[in-house]
Design a protein around this ligand. Sequence first.
Ligand code: URP
Ligand code: ZN
Ligand code: ZN
Length: 457
Amino acid sequence: MSILIKNGRIITATDNYQADIFIEGEKIAQIGTHLNVTADQVIDANGMLVFPGAIDPHVHLDMPFMGTFRRIATKPERAALFGGTTTVIDFVLQTQGKSLRHALTDWQSRATGTAVGDYSFHMAVTDFNEHTKTEVREMVEQEGITSFKTFMAYKGALMIDDRQMVGLMQEVKKCGGMVTVHATNGDVIDYLVAKHRAEGKLSPLYHYISQPEVTEAEASARFAELANYTGVQAYIVHLTCEGALNAVREATFRNQTVFVETCIQYLVLDASLYDKGFESAKWVMSPPLREPKDQATLWAGINQGLVRVVATDHCPFKWQQKLMGEHDFSKIPNGHPAIEHRVELLFSEGVKKGRISANKFVEVLATNPAKLFGMFPQKGTIAVGTDADIVIFDPNEEHTISAKNHHMNVDYSAYEGWKLTGKCKTVLLRGKVAIDNNKCLVDKGYGKYIKRKPNLV
Ligand code: URP
Ligand code: ZN
Ligand code: ZN
């Protein structure tokens, strides 16, 4: 099967030019102006932007969490494709007391043969011990899992202490992998949660008040220090605030690089949403939404090259599940649905509003995730020889986000009524038209597991 995309404006992390793209099988075979080739299918992309399929390196498609379960379904990945995201990296969560292999087998059993889009896994290490230590290299070399997630919060379920953190960092460093982190101070948060509950302060607002900026700034600084000591590649997930970004900036003064991911919600939503009674449960996530000054810091951080990735931390729960915390904020399952909207939100709020360039938009959504997580150049750019993961995007189409028409398996939208400019019209995944005319054309099982390599950064 061959496809010719004609007359589109190709945007990569570095370029912005008019050309045709010729695809043969799963790969891009030629790029040039007025290509003289015969193709099975021709797509006219005149007036459209053409950029690489986005990669979301922070999603929870399949997560037991806070006594409830985010079940894998073909729906979330289908929703990702509708929104221009062709590859996701999900988190395998080790159960404390059990092996990494045990967790991986569990996750594989649900994903294999059911995924619609391409996917890979991070390994979340929640219990670093003598056995886990021996499994790190196996994950990197046999399974193509090069990134190891840690939690400095959620004590008793996911959190590791600093002793385990340093041990893991040393082991991952030996294998050329990366340690990533949910960087918030779990003990301080647990103290504040208990205090507010004892005082009868039980609304979602207290979820926010229990995770002040200092909890994130302190943990980010500590993580950066430990990474500097061990020399491991370090990546902070879902960074939200000025204090935490300053800790990363501080690391640059000793010539250390700490990679930073923020998520779309921290750029476009703020903590005023916690003033809506229980409706605020829609935005109960960790870390919580922050202040307008933090949003400004994050947008600037993107342009300064400190914030390298914009992900989603997509971790949706249905309203019935959120209601578990109706009378106690600490029982509201954390997370919100966003996998479908990241690309269009970042374009509308970022590029259209002049906050970031179109190149930066591609860099933080596709190229940097591919580079940092060992998938480049197979993924993350448009070039001859790369996977033909391509978004054909109308930069002027206006539309409104609503739970009535989104494709996520969630009965509310955290962005209900948001008016956006710019829409994913056609999405190709490995040379196949996956989304066209608001229809999904690929089936369950088309998604391929991507084995990753230690990165080159
Ligand atoms: O609220 C969130 N972020 N839920 C998912 C788990 C995590 O901390 O990433
Ligand atoms: Zn987290
Ligand atoms: Zn997460």
